[in-house]
Ligand binder design. Sequence first.
Ligand SMILES: [Zn+2]
Length: 382
Amino acid sequence: MYRKLTATTIFNGYQYLPEDSVLLVDENGVIIDIVPTSEAGSDIEFFEGTLSPGFINCHCHLELSHLKGKVDKNIGLIEFLGKIMVERDASEIDISSAIATAENEMIQNGIVAVGDICNNINTIPQKTKQQLYYHNFIEVAGFPVEMANARFEKILEVYHQFKTHFPNTSIVPHAPYSVSTALLQKIVEYEENNLICIHNQETIEETILYQKKSGGFADFYSRFNISMDSFAPEGKTSLQDILPQFKINQPLILVHNVFTEEADVEYAQTFYGDLISNLYFCLCPNANLYISNRLPDVEMLFNNNCNFVIGTDSLASNDQLCIYNEINVLKKHFPFIPMENLLQWATINGAQALQIDNMYGSFEKGKTPGVLLLGEGVRRIL
Ligand SMILES: [Zn+2]
């Protein structure tokens, strides 16, 4: 038995299909085929709106869900990070119930897979229920070079706990302003790491740190007596400084990119060459507006053919975990971007980035991508 679904429009993960297309899906959500109405026979279900594969949320921090509404808006990234450090402790029960509520919110909002940042093991119990697919990015930070070994050993313990449940787990650096060259090298060289992400150019302070070894992060480090002695930037932007430390055959997701400039993109394109499809630019517009009321130069990135994916970031910097909402914010601020592209970023591109495009991201035979109905809001059909 299978259902025959059609709608005002069908988006298949790559493009809108001809008007008379019908999607055939079996009771387990497996895509059987897409056929013209003339071949579909009777019992076709018609929906007002757009049918789309389920959304991929490429950047989230599920473990921070209990911080919803705890941090003021527009306070800038450095103050935001300070608030998170102060507020992140809470009772185990508050943390786990917020995680369950947030996951449920993602499911309701049509998200089927998540790239999730983890600093601890708090999300494991919820994730083992397997209601959503997760790629777990086990995140490590440590700016002074002498911390590299100890920090890496410590995060390996978290990594191994995730890895026993989830094969799709990586160790990732937090951000250029918070990892030393030595720590980054350990992460990149770690043999099981097939996919890495990093918070990139989220604040102008990161650029100032790398270009002048001064600014808000330098002040922050001196206030907390964190040594910057081993940090010897060469006056480039952070992205141009750190990118050569990555391997071009190791897929990398750059998250935020608020202060990424055209020269950075050109540098990345030269560095990656034919393997540029391994570099993804993850947009989290609601989080950027929440933290600093500023958005990346999406027009420049778009004109340079960047490989986009979309993330919600956490409930500490977003009022909801909803990729459709992120799409609508991008549409509002960058109306020249066709809806077809935005949907692609949220579906097949995200699935390719998380290396799950064999199952998710498009209506193709044999996949189980989920089926959403998009209109004013999102409704799950399957
Ligand atoms: Zn983040």
